[in-house]
Design a protein around this ligand. Structure first.
Ligand code: D41
Length: 694
């Protein structure tokens, strides 16, 4: 009979030993014991904790089996946005990137940290006092899903940081992925169990990480690889390579195949070397990533919208394969565009089975001269839609194999038209056309628009086909009984969908405008519109012709001012060109669009858009900054881009409406004015802290 104290000491020792083996296996890639020996240690610990449940700490490796299933994932806001990566395919684009950076930095040659670009999912891991507190998916970069219980099951994710002095708080970012051989084993297991197989390691990783039951995730061979740290404190590290080394000290795996390279020649050589090894690497990659190694230079370069200027993904060319065209169908999109789509004899391209490929439009199809029965080259790159590149070998080519654009919409039988000057052929049915209805509903509910989870293709198909929903406004009038009567819809999932619809009732105005699906109006333009028009009514009744001529007048006036050496005045609706204004005018002129909007914002049923006082701006959290003097690291443009990337504004002069003045060396009159008006003055460090929220 062992005493409790002995048991505790033994459990403690086992935990340490198991963690050390995890480290050797995942971080050093150099295990020193067999799987069987590892399993024995593990069972021993499980047994002690079974006899003494009070010894089972939350950080024990035994807890990696997964906790209880969840109802859904909570959304989390990232403390600093998870940025995206600019990408390039051609050597010349890499040369241009390096040249641009050398010029901006005034540097002869730049050292880059080069890493493989893992084809996984980006996640963020937050540690406080050395313990894993929260893990989330990247999501749209600003908010992601809380998948902490799932990440805790992964042996390559440290539950407790190691190293001599772990930081009090750290947010590590990296990719979750599945090794190729683990993926094959998993698929074999799925096959044997009669379960669905995954198309490729990326899909397997994504599906496994987004399980509501962490016990399922625990049985999936996922790995984490770190690539960076959010909001690094200034000064402690000089370069990216050091940060990655530090991550390994803390217990995180990082890319073993990383390298420091000098200038363009170094980058291209790295790209070729990794490219040549690609097939033999144990993990799937879709390119390499270059990052300026010096952190002070990274800070100086700043951001362009959502991507850092200091990094670039160099992607491998899209993969191609040969297959036969079995038929050519026509699909109808959200804006009524008719797209010819080749139905293909199934073929594997870039790790995924492809059965359909787009032919873009009639003109493209005629140019490529694709007939049914031809053997064609299909191309697929990452997540983009596969496309037919060209005909490799003609088939028999009877007249019946030739494609003809139908004269009537295949879905609603309305007439189709070719708008002069446009390549697209369009159905004239508008929202009378079920295909357009479905697409516009899917767009409305999509993540970047109203973000209604659970309202996917299968459900939308049924809702439209059964005439339960005709426009987005109908979503807010759906009844539980109507939903619960559909295929694959129990009471509970019907309630979930209804709850998610309810949750979408207070959108940010920009999201709402984007969700309307006005042709040409993407997220960025929707933001500009939301900022300019304080109410939906003002947007709906805008006089676009007058706005366009006002804009033109201000432009001309600015040109005159420039000649005279005066400062330009801001142009309203900058970024909304004449074509978009046309599209807006057409959209809001349509009575049925106005009717849908009226029903959408019906206070009893629909969406509630907060009325905003003029000075609060579109997002009340959006602040106005004024820059003055020269900052130690950030150029003026970089500081401006960074502030705007966080959703704030930069103004040219100080007034009562200014929230903050950012002052560097040799700040002059603006700083004085700020002091006069009692406006808070920040230095560069304060600015980082303020934006990053601590
Ligand atoms: O391996 C990757 N997929 C990878 C992704 C990588 N090696 N480095 C990355 N670095 C960044 C920045 C420079 C923005 C911190 C990334 C990503 N981002 C990234 N992954 C998904 C979106 C962005």
């Amino acid at each position: 009979m062992t005493s409790f104290a002995q048991a505790r000491a033994h459990a403690e020792a086992l935990r340490k030993e198991i963690s050390a083996h995890d480290y050797r296996y995942y971080v050093l890639d150099d295990p020193t014991i067999s799987d069987a020996e590892y399993d024995r240690l593990f069972s021993e610990l499980v047994e002690i904790e079974r006899l003494h449940p009070e010894l089972a700490t939350v950080d024990s490796p035994t807890q990696r089996v997964g906790s209880v299933p969840q109802e859904g994932f909570a959304t989390v806001r990232h403390s600093t946005p998870m940025l995206s990566l600019g990408n390039a395919f051609e050597d010349d684009e890499i040369r241009a990137f390096d040249k641009r950076l050398r010029e901006a930095l005034g540097a002869e040659i730049i050292d880059y940290a080069a890493e493989p670009k893992f084809d996984g999912l980006a996640v963020s891991l937050v540690y406080e006092h050395g313990r894993l507190q929260r893990g989330a998916t990247r999501g749209d970069g600003t908010t992601g899903e809380d998948v902490t219980p799932n990440l805790r099951t992964m042996r390559s994710v440290p539950l407790v940081l190691s190293g001599s002095a772990p930081p009090r708080e750290i947010e590590v970012r990296g990719e979750v992925l599945m090794y190729k051989r683990d993926f094959q084993r998993l698929n074999a297991r799925q096959r044997d169990a009669g379960e669905k197989e995954f198309a490729n390691p990326r899909n397997a990783a994504a599906g496994s990480l987004r399980q509501l039951d962490p016990r399922i995730t625990a049985r999936r061979p996922l790995r984490f690889v770190g690539y960076g740290v959010a909001a690094l404190e200034n000064g402690r590290w000089q370069n990216h390579a050091e940060v990655l080394d530090w991550l390994t000290e803390l217990g995180f795996p990082v890319a073993r195949d990383r390298s420091l390279v000098a200038g363009v020649e170094g980058m291209l050589e790295y790209y070729r070397t990794i490219g040549a090894r690609r097939e033999r690497l144990p993990y799937a990659i879709d390119g390499v990533v270059y990052k300026v190694n010096r952190l002070d230079w990274q800070r100086m370069l700043g951001f362009v919208s959502r991507a850092p200027r200091f990094a670039l993904a160099h992607k491998f060319p899209a993969e191609e394969a040969l297959t036969e065209v079995l038929g050519i169908d026509v699909q109808v999109g959200r804006t009524g565009a008719l797209t010819p789509v080749a139905r293909l004899k199934p073929v594997f391209v870039g790790g995924a089975k492809v059965t359909n490929a787009t032919l873009h439009n009639e003109e493209d199809l005629l140019r490529k001269d694709v007939w049914v029965g031809d053997t064609v080259v299909v191309r697929r790159a990452g997540d983009v839609i596969p496309e037919v590149v060209r005909v490799q070998q003609k088939g028999r080519r009877d007249e019946s194999d030739r494609f003809r654009m139908p004269a009537l919409c295949p879905v609603c039988r309305s007439e189709v038209v070719r708008v002069p000057g446009e390549v697209a052929t369009r159905c004239t049915g508008g929202l009378f056309c079920d295909a357009q209805r479905k697409q516009s509903l899917l767009h409305f509910s999509s993540r970047r628009a109203m973000d209604i989870e659970g309202l996917g293709e299968r459900l939308v198909d049924q809702l439209v086909d059964r005439n339960l929903v005709r426009t987005p406004a109908d979503l807010y009038r759906l009844k539980h009984a109507e939903l619960a009567g559909l295929e694959r819809m129990g009471d509970k999932s019907a309630q979930n969908v209804l709850d998610n619809i309810q949750k979408s009732r207070h959108p940010h105005p920009a999201r709402f405008i984007f969700a309307l699906g006005i042709p040409g109006i993407g997220e960025e333009v929707a933001k500009i519109l939301a900022r300019h028009f304080r109410t939906l009514g003002a947007l709906e009744t805008a006089d676009w012709k007058r706005l366009a001529s006002e804009k033109e007048a201000i432009r001309k006036d600015n040109a005159r001012r420039k000649k005279r050496g005066e400062a330009a005045v801001p142009v309203p609706l900058e970024g909304v060109g004449p074509e978009l204004m046309n599209s807006l005018e057409k959209f809001f002129r349509e009575l049925h669009n106005r009717d849908v909007i009226m029903r959408l914002v019906d206070p009893a049923f629909g969406v509630v858009l907060e009325a905003r006082p003029p000075e609060a701006g579109p997002a009340s959290a959006a602040k106005t900054f004024v820059l003055t003097g020269s900052l130690p690291n950030l150029s003026r443009d970089a500081a401006k881009a960074m502030i705007e990337a966080w959703g704030h504004r930069v103004a040219g002069s100080v007034s009562k409406k200014t929230d903050y003045v950012v002052a560097g060396d040799d700040a002059g009159a603006k700083l004085e004015k700020a002091r006069e008006l009692g406006i808070p003055v920040l230095d560069e460090n304060d600015l980082h802290k303020l934006l990053e929220g601590h």
